[in-house]
Write a protein that binds this ligand. Structure first.
Ligand SMILES: NC(=O)C1=CN([C@@H]2O[C@H](COP(=O)(O)OP(=O)(O)OC[C@H]3O[C@@H](n4cnc5c(N)ncnc54)[C@H](OP(=O)(O)O)[C@@H]3O)[C@@H](O)[C@H]2O)C=CC1
Ligand SMILES: O=C(O)C(=O)Cc1c[nH]c2ccccc12
Length: 281
């Protein structure tokens, strides 16, 4: 996509801040504005491209899939086999392993964007998106600071929010945090356990990130402990050579979710034994 081919730049309709600091522009987009250039935003863009529908993708980061590029740990691999993770109409390369690494996944997404000629407008942060009932149009305001401070208002009929469910980090506040002399970080800033050799680390949360970070810490001779708030279900990645995810979706064709959950727990118990012996309940 070239921006010129999909939207026209028209003189500012209204200046919201006229302080001489920001340049203001108003752009009519003859199709959807897509917020977020991650896997979801890119696949929506690709589908529109194939149908010949114009669109604009904006992202506050300077690259596609910024969560994957900037906020993931080094040892990350997909947990599901690649056939469940590819985006529409563009398979993973044959030579990729069953569980691609994050670097392979990023390179796949780059190829995806190139293949469909998707050129997001980077470094543009959406400040507001308001639907104007009278005109039946969205007014999407973005701000970018470089090369010069600019405010853009996109006017469009459709808005696609593809900003991800993990784009904002949440760090709970807890007593004694201020006095604690050690380093506190969110999982999105963790790269590897290299700096933690011989150290005791408390990992809060027992989802995939908490689990894998704990494993990575162990692999780097650190001593992690985990805090689990609720009970956790530990499932093996594969059951008898088939991915657990594939088994789960096959069972879901026939059985209700709560029964599939129960069956997977029974299978997990048979495959892994009693995980309480590792301190995991
Ligand atoms: N390789 C891969 O494909 C990977 C995929 N992922 C995916 O990314 C998504 C995010 O995963 P993840 O980062 O693990 O986040 P999750 O939301 O899956 O897990 C967060 C964990 O933190 C716990 N938690 C949250 N707040 C507190 C608190 N205040 N005190 C104590 N515990 C707390 C939650 O407990 P509770 O259940 O009680 O709320 C939960 O166990 C998931 O969909 C995951 O599957 C993640 C890593 C790798
Ligand atoms: O992608 C992940 O991190 C997962 O947790 C994969 C996943 C989602 N639902 C499932 C059901 C059974 C096995 C794995 C998964």
């Amino acid at each position: 996509m070239t921006h010129n081919s999909t939207c026209i730049s028209i003189p500012p309709l209204a200046h919201t801040i006229d302080d001489g600091f920001f340049d203001h522009r108003c752009i009519w987009v003859n199709g959807p504005v897509i917020v977020g250039a991650g896997p979801s935003g890119l696949s929506v863009a690709a589908a529109l491209k194939q149908q010949g529908v114009p669109f604009v993708v904006v992202d506050r980061a300077d690259c596609i899939a910024s969560l994957w590029q900037h906020r993931t740990y080094d040892r990350l691999k997909l947990h599901l086999p690649k056939q469940f993770c590819q985006l529409p109409n563009f398979p993973f390369p044959e030579e990729f392993p069953a569980y691609p690494s994050k670097f392979q996944f990023i390179s796949y997404l780059e190829s995806y964007a190139n293949h469909f000629d998707i050129t997001p407008r980077f470094n543009e942060t959406v400040q507001s998106a308001k639907y104007d009932e009278t005109f039946g149009l969205w007014r999407v305001k973005t701000v970018s600071l470089s090369p010069k401070p600019t405010e853009v208002e996109y006017i469009c009929r459709w808005l696609v929010v593809a900003t991800g469910e993990n784009s904002e980090k949440v760090v709970p506040e807890f007593e004694g945090m201020e006095e604690f002399g050690g380093h506190v970080m969110h999982a999105c800033d963790y790269k590897s356990g290299e700096a933690y050799h011989g150290k005791r680390v408390l990992v809060v949360g027992c989802g995939n990130s908490g689990m894998e970070i704990s494993l990575d810490l162990c692999n780097h001779d650190a001593k992690p402990s985990m805090v689990v708030r609720s009970s956790v279900h530990i499932l093996p990645r594969e059951i008898l050579g088939k991915s657990t995810f594939e088994v789960a979706i096959s069972l879901m064709k026939w059985l209700p979710l709560h029964m599939v959950d129960k069956m997977l727990l029974i299978i997990a118990r048979l495959v892994l034994g009693n995980t309480e012996k590792y301190g995991l309940k």
